[in-house]
Structures are given as C-alpha cells and as structure tokens.
Design a protein around this ligand. Structure first.
Ligand SMILES: NC(=O)c1ccc[n+]([C@@H]2O[C@H](COP(=O)([O-])OP(=O)(O)OC[C@H]3O[C@@H](n4cnc5c(N)ncnc54)[C@H](OP(=O)(O)O)[C@@H]3O)[C@@H](O)[C@H]2O)c1
Length: 327
C-alpha cells in the first residue's frame, strides 16, 4: 500500500476528481485566433463518430482542414453532420474497428492509397467497458483499443511513409490521454498483455493503466522520431478533462439517468473540451516542438513513470514481443 493519494480507483472517485479539476485555476497555454487556419492540412482522427472526436472533427473542418474520420460507426451520417455544422465539404470517412488488427491494417492501406500522406493524426478513440472482454486473439479489449491499437496504427502509418515530412511544418501525432494516467503505482511488466478479468468496479483503474501505457508510448515515440537536435514529428498528448460524451455508455442501466445528469451539469460539452485538441493541432506556437502535454488548456508535466526512458524502451520492446507472438 503506498501513501500516494489514489484519485482514479473507482468511477465515483474519478468523477469527483474530474469535476474538481475543472475548477482549479489554470494558466492558459495560449489562444488560437479565428484566422488560424489548417488549409492544406490532412487530419486523420479516430473515434470521430461521437463525443470529443466528433466535436474536434467539426472544429478542424471549420478551420479548413481536410478531415478524415476513422470510425467504426456513423458512416455516412456523422460525416454529413460535420459537413453541415462546419459548412465545409472536404470531409471523408474510413471504417475501422480498433479492436481488430486486420481492420487497423486496412485503415493504414486505405490512408496510403486514398490520401497518400497526412499532416496530423489524432488518436482519440477509447472505451470504458462494463467488464473485461476478450478480443478474438484473447487480449483485453480495453488494452487493445486504448493502447495497442495506437501502437499498431502509428507504426503502420510510419512504415508506409504516411506522414507528410516534406512540408515546412512538422507532422503532428496527438494522443488523447487522461489525467488518470498518473494513478497506477507501477507497470505490470510480468503480466504484460495478459487478459485480466475484472468487473465494472475495477474498470476505471484499468482505464488509467492503459492511459499510462499510451502516454508512455507517446514519450518513447517522440524520443525515437526526434533523435538529437533534429525534430521530425511533434508528438503531443492531452487530457480534455471530464467530457459530457458517450464514454460511460456501458455503465449499468440503473445508474445511467444519474450519470447523464451529472455529466450534463458538471462536465464540459464536447465542443468546449475540444479546445486543447484543436490547439495542439493548429497552434503555430508549437511548431518544431518534439513533445508537449496539456491538461485542459494548461501545460503540465506528464507523470514521471511515463517520461522515464527506461520505461518507454521496455514498453516498446514488450509490445513488439507481444505482437510477434500474436502474428
Ligand atoms: N469523457 C471524458 O470524461 C474523458 C475524460 C478524459 C479523457 N477522455 C478521452 O477522450 C477520448 C474520446 O472519448 P469520448 O469521451 O468522446 O467518448 P465517446 O463519446 O464514447 O467516444 C469514443 C469514440 O471511440 C470510438 N471507438 C470505441 N471503440 C472503438 C473501436 N473498437 N474501433 C473504432 N472506434 C472505436 C467510438 O466509436 P462508436 O461511436 O462507434 O462507439 C467513439 O467514436 C477518449 O480517448 C477518452 O479516453 C474522455
């Protein structure tokens, strides 16, 4: 038992922590002006059929980005919604199920063949499950969607040369994380990738652990892509704070009405919560930065467990070994 205060061990703790975070005084990182444009930029965003991702897609489209929505549902209606709300037509949709390796590989091929190269990738999709579920390979679905899929997608796009490195501006890879990445005491190296059965009460704890894995991956990715003085890709991460989205869709039916009320009253709307994602995508002030992390609109240090190079290296190697075993 550690003395560290655990703030994301249960759904209730996580909700209270999230709400309190919204009221803390923050120093804003900067502002985007209405004329900051993403004209000529191609943005791929996962999980853009709902909640935060959908709001981000609309705001990036409104800033003239060519938006590629990688979704498992909502084709074509969510794309039509983005067009209608943004008033722009340069919106595309590609299907993907991030719990399925073949589907991720198809997405990479489709990006390559249809769009050539992208300028910005936003890894946004995630799930909060009612209880642990297995993918067809026997992996924990939340581990797969919230962490492993990102490793496979990003490395697939890199391998296929899908990031535009010929522009004056660096490509950006953005991970939607969560402050809950700070919650775990340690990495579970000995059981890495193994399925762990759990019920709803433990879901938030597991969610925080997978956010730690994803955030650690983001830091290692930045180190591997940006060696020495030379920066080739910006790798950013953020926590949007509590968002009134569909993230708790698997919560028990009995508590749904109460949850919906709490989300509506206290959580940020997806439109408001999109601000740090849009800022990390469009801000010229961040040009050339190898990495950055925002909590809401303030800059914050990532948890030291996630920034430690030995953890990043270990995670990368463990993940490669796991993928090798699955093949
Ligand atoms: N809501 C919060 O309070 C909060 C707080 C901190 C961080 N976040 C993070 O914000 C991000 C967006 O979540 P949200 O709150 O907007 O939740 P959401 O409304 O549930 O959106 C999640 C998105 O992920 C997609 N997705 C889930 N599983 C998928 C799969 N197997 N393949 C492809 N897409 C899949 C969903 O697609 P479908 O519509 O097809 O299901 C949906 O578009 C997540 O990374 C989440 O961890 C949220």
């Amino acid at each position: 038992m550690t003395l560290k205060e655990k703030k994301y061990d249960s759904p209730l703790q996580a909700t209270i922590t999230g709400i309190l975070g919204l009221f803390k005084k923050q120093e804003r990182v900067g502002e985007l002006s209405v004329i900051d444009s993403l004209q000529g930029k191609k943005v791929l965003i996962t999980g853009s059929s709902s909640g935060l991702g959908l709001a981000v897609a609309k705001q990036l489209a409104a800033r003239d980005a060519e938006v590629i929505m990688a979704v498992r549902s909502g084709i074509p209606e969510k794309g039509e919604e983005v067009k209608r709300v943004s008033g722009k037509t340069n919106i595309h949709m590609l299907p993907v199920d991030l719990s399925d390796f073949d589907s991720i590989h198809h997405l990479v091929k489709a990006v390559k063949s249809k769009f050539g190269q992208i300028d910005i990738l936003i890894c946004n999709a995630a799930i909060v499950v009612s209880e642990a579920r297995k993918t067809k390979e026997g992996l924990d679905e939340m581990f797969m969607v919230n962490y492993l899929a990102k490793f496979v997608l990003v490395n697939g796009l890199l391998k296929e040369n899908c990031f535009n490195t010929d522009s004056n501006e660096l490509p950006r890879i953005i991970f939607v994380s969560s402050e809950s990445h700070r919650n775990p005491d340690e990495f579970e190296w000995d059981t890495f990738g193994e399925f762990k059965d759990h019920k709803m009460a433990k879901t938030v704890e597991r969610y925080g652990y997978y956010k730690l894995l994803m955030t650690t991956f983001s830091q290692e990715l930045s180190r591997r892509l940006n060696v020495g003085e030379k920066t080739s890709h910006s790798v950013f991460a953020l926590c949007p704070g509590p968002v009134n989205s569909n993230i708790a869709r698997e919560a028990p039916k009995m508590v749904q009405p109460l949850l919906k009320l709490v989300f509506k009253l206290f959580f940020s709307s997806p439109e408001k919560a999109a601000e740090p994602v849009v800022y990390l995508s469009a801000s010229k002030d961040l040009e050339g930065k190898p990495t950055d992390y925002l909590f809401l609109m303030s800059r914050k240090e990532i948890d030291p467990k996630a920034t430690a190079p030995e953890n990043g290296k270990h995670l990368w190697e463990k993940t490669e070994k796991l993928l090798e075993k699955i093949k």
